[in-house]
Design a protein around this ligand. Sequence first.
Ligand code: NDP
Length: 451
Amino acid sequence: MAVSDHVNLDQFMAGLKRRNPGETEFHQAVYEVASNVFDYIEDKEIYHEMQILRRIAEPDRIVIFRVCWEDDNGNIRVNRGYRVQNNNAIGPYKGGIRFHPSVNLSILKFLAFEQTFKNSLTDLPMGGGKGGADFNPKGKSDNEIMRFCQSFMTELYRHIGADIDVPAGDIGVGAREIGYLFGQYKRLTNRFTGVLTGKGMEFGGSPIRKEATGYGTVYMMDDMLTRRGHSIEGKTCLISGAGNVAIYAAEKLIELGGKVVTMSDSSGYIYDKHGIDADKLAYLTDLKVNRRGQLSEYAEKTHAKHFSSQRPWNVPCDLAIPCATQNEVSRADAQTLIRNGCIAVSEGANMPVEQDGIKDFVKARVLFAPSKAANAGGVAISGLEMSQNSVRVTWSIDELQARLRNIMRDIHDRCVEFGSEPGNDYIDYVKGANVAGFIKVANAMVAYGVV
Ligand code: NDP
């Protein structure tokens, strides 16, 4: 395990923790990648000589700024904004913006680090970044959201650009926020460029961007099951979250014949033993996206049960797709899923399963697709939105659907290539994704020399 930069994995992690004290999510994300990559690079001297892993785990640049705005009662409010530009070895920084009260530097550094490998896996020319603010959009009026977005962009615009850094949405940042952010960027710079993705169709957005993350997560599930001789048809599935990723994961799962019995939000989860069908999902989408309501209202209108302040993982199922947030599946939840017969997990959210939970899934030979592979469909279509903006065209829905399907299949196959072991038919998709994502970024960094 020793490597020529004279550290082993434990020493590497100790150094990282010393330099980034208290950033537990960042430590967790780096450990997951490093534990696989250390083995892969053991006999590949150039990566040690060039200190590639250490360099990837040190963001290129972090911008932190004050965001002042005025609420509807005339009070001045102050939030903190961030942009973490992790690595641009293979393309402009690319990654979403999150507005949530929990946002801090550790969370954004973990997300930007993960994004670097995820974007590499798509095989499109995109580096890794992430940003956001500790702003809570809940209960704010449209005008308050607009003023916040405008103030946020008034600093951010200096650091981004179509060939520099291209943000998109994430938790708390959807079509409405992207519209306000893009409008302010255009006003400040007098430029109409593809500086953000997830834009409205009227101003340079791409077909199927909003569906892409959820659909892609289900495609990954489908490919894992097919390889094992199973299919989604007739399988009972737990989904968490009720936002952009969860809604379109549910839509695709239902389309492929699966039965979705749970969804969740910050109020708790709903359990619908008859399955959430297309009509109920349309109602839920209107409730969450248009009316910004809570799932308890869904339960009042249907036969579903609402479990306040709980997560859905104790419901028996065949498949699980966590789509809400990081570390929402604890080790105990993972063990419950295994006991209840779950055969496959595809991560729609970023890092939703705790590290020990992943180990338990792998030990129990549960098919497990990590987020950097499973939810890469969203950023892949964002990459294609950038291409369309560059040449000022819009491709057809059919073309983009086909491209998304192919990209997800390629990611699956690359995970199989690097996650297989001779004499063992179980694929370690975590290892496969980490190693496959690492190689392209690492080779580009080697080519640049010490920069
Ligand atoms: P949304 O804001 O659209 O939805 C998030 C959903 O999760 C909401 O239903 C929200 O509840 C719930 N949620 C968020 N935080 C918590 C929490 N701490 N506890 C319980 N429920 C919570 O976000 P997205 O769907 O866009 O993102 C979800 C996940 O997917 C994130 O991890 C994100 O990083 C990841 N992702 C998103 C991509 C995209 O294209 N959007 C791309 C790749 C990854 P409520 O409605 O009550 O707020």
